[in-house]
Design a protein around this ligand. Structure first.
Ligand code: HAM
Length: 442
């Protein structure tokens, strides 16, 4: 069989056998964010191109090389979002959320699109869990943001992650820094890649995150921003460090972190995993106090982070993480004959309405094939219904794990039986967990 097409390079399907892992990660992250006061937002997958040009920055790799940009049928330039911060800020300003009591805190699970060279941990369609906090200028907010990122990873039992922080100052200190960078890179102008030669005048800081090996080698010896911080920025950075120390969050000062996006000011940070290989940055974020104004809004301090969900899943799998059990079918009705099939169809609907998952034959299989199917979908219980059962109104509920049979009535009372069995199972699972944790703790 020749398929007419396959999934696009750099994209991934999520199969039924994996989707519960995604749900678990996304829900856990949102739940932790909720505990920190964040509420979910959802923004469109495409925006006006200008939004990303102005916020992410004209001279960034993302805007210059990686955006999926096209003209729609009305001739407007549209871009698939390469990240979530710009759209979240547009949402905030457009709907006047910044007029609410501060800080405003939002969270999202979102797909992003970047035309990058696909490799392990680097995709063209990928997913981020992100949070943004508006209206908090204090360095304590920076520390809290980092604590939230760590808390998400802790809730997911991710291990082997280290925190790297830096300050990239404000426009005041950056003016001096840009001069120093220009002077340094001008000496190497001939060797820089073409894109970076163009950046030399317009935005020399972007040369620091060029992915070309030649530029990276030159950038490694460039002056660092922390030597140019103004007094206010230096004080802010020191305070962030003191809050982190107080919260017993270990960190490494890394003056080479500049992040690949233009909107950042002051604190930037990355969480790096030791089990990811080349694409080791699991989470990146920082403060971006100038973005609201850049987008035509008021002066508004802001900060946030985003973590890559594919990378998170890779780390969890590499660490042999146990995900919660995928949901299975509670009860499968096997039927013999049309009359029995109709009864099973009605009983299955009755159970589903009460939240019990139930399936019955919809493809006209024989009994043996139906039982095989029940096995395949890991049904917890099966009920066989034929002429005898229809006549007596009674059938056997078979526990597929133990083989135990329980006589049941083929009516509404079946719901109570299955509900009680589900309670028993939950109780047994909790008792097991408790005894395991007691054993672990001696
Ligand atoms: P970012 O560092 O560009 O920051 O992306 C955040 C995370 O998304 C990365 O650490 C990585 O885990 C994941 N990621 C990025 N590109 C790819 C890719 N091509 N394939 C797979 N995963 C990827 C931002 O996007 C900022 N908006 C974060 C932020 C929010 N800053 C403030 N608020």
């Amino acid at each position: 069989m020749a398929l007419i097409t396959k999934a696009i390079r750099g994209t991934q399907d999520v199969l039924p056998a994996e989707s519960y892992q995604w749900q678990y990660i996304e829900q856990t992250a949102l739940q932790v964010a909720r505990e920190y006061g964040y509420r979910e937002i959802r923004t469109p997958v495409f925006e006006h191109t200008e939004l990303f040009q102005r916020s992410v920055g004209e001279t960034t790799d993302v805007v210059q090389k990686e955006m999926y940009t096209f003209d729609d049928k009305g001739g407007r330039s549209i871009t698939l979002r390469p990240e979530g911060t710009a759209g979240a800020m547009r949402l905030l300003l457009e709907h006047g959320l910044h007029n609410e009591v501060m800080p405003v805190k939002v969270a999202y699970n979102t797909s992003c699109y970047r035309y990058e060279k696909p490799q392990a941990g680097r995709l063209r369609e990928f997913h981020q869990f992100g949070v943004e906090c508006y209206g908090a200028a204090s360095p304590m907010a920076d520390a809290e943001m980092i604590a939230l990122a760590m808390a998400v990873l802790k809730a997911l039992s991710v291990e082997g992650v280290s925190l790297h922080i830096n300050s990239i100052g404000c426009p005041t200190c950056r003016a001096e820094y840009h001069k120093a960078l220009k002077a340094y890179f001008a000496e190497h102008e001939e060797t820089l890649c073409e894109t970076c030669r163009g950046r030399l005048e317009r935005n020399p800081m972007r040369i620091l995150d060029c992915k070309s090996p030649v530029c990276s080698e030159i950038a490694a010896k460039a002056p660092v921003i922390t030597d140019y911080l103004c007094d206010d920025c230096a004080e802010h950075y020191a305070a962030v460090q003191s809050y982190l120390t107080e919260a017993e969050i270990p960190f490494t000062l890394d003056p080479h972190i500049v992040r690949g996006l233009d909107y950042y000011t002051r604190t930037v940070f990355e969480l790096v995993s030791d089990s990811l290989g080349a694409q080791a940055v699991l989470c990146g974020g920082g403060r971006y106090d100038g973005l609201a104004q850049e987008m035509g809004g008021p002066s508004l301090p802001a900060l946030g982070f985003a973590m890559g969900l594919e990378r998170l899943l890779m780390v969890l799998k590499a660490q042999g993480a146990q995900f919660p059990e995928p949901p299975t079918c509670d009860v499968y009705f096997a039927s013999m004959g049309d009359k029995a099939a109709r009864r099973c169809f009605a009983l299955a609907r009755m159970l589903r309405e009460g939240g019990v998952s139930a399936e019955c034959d919809t493809v006209g299989r024989g009994l043996k094939a139906q039982m095989k199917y029940a096995d395949k979908i890991h049904a917890l219980y099966t009920i066989v219904v034929g002429d005898n059962e229809l006549e007596s109104g009674k059938a056997n509920l078979k526990d597929m794990q133990t083989g135990e049979l329980t006589e049941i009535d083929l009516d509404e009372s079946l719901y109570t039986v299955l509900y009680n069995k589900s309670l028993d199972r939950q109780m047994a699972a909790m008792t097991q967990l408790l005894s395991e944790s007691m054993e672990e703790n001696g």
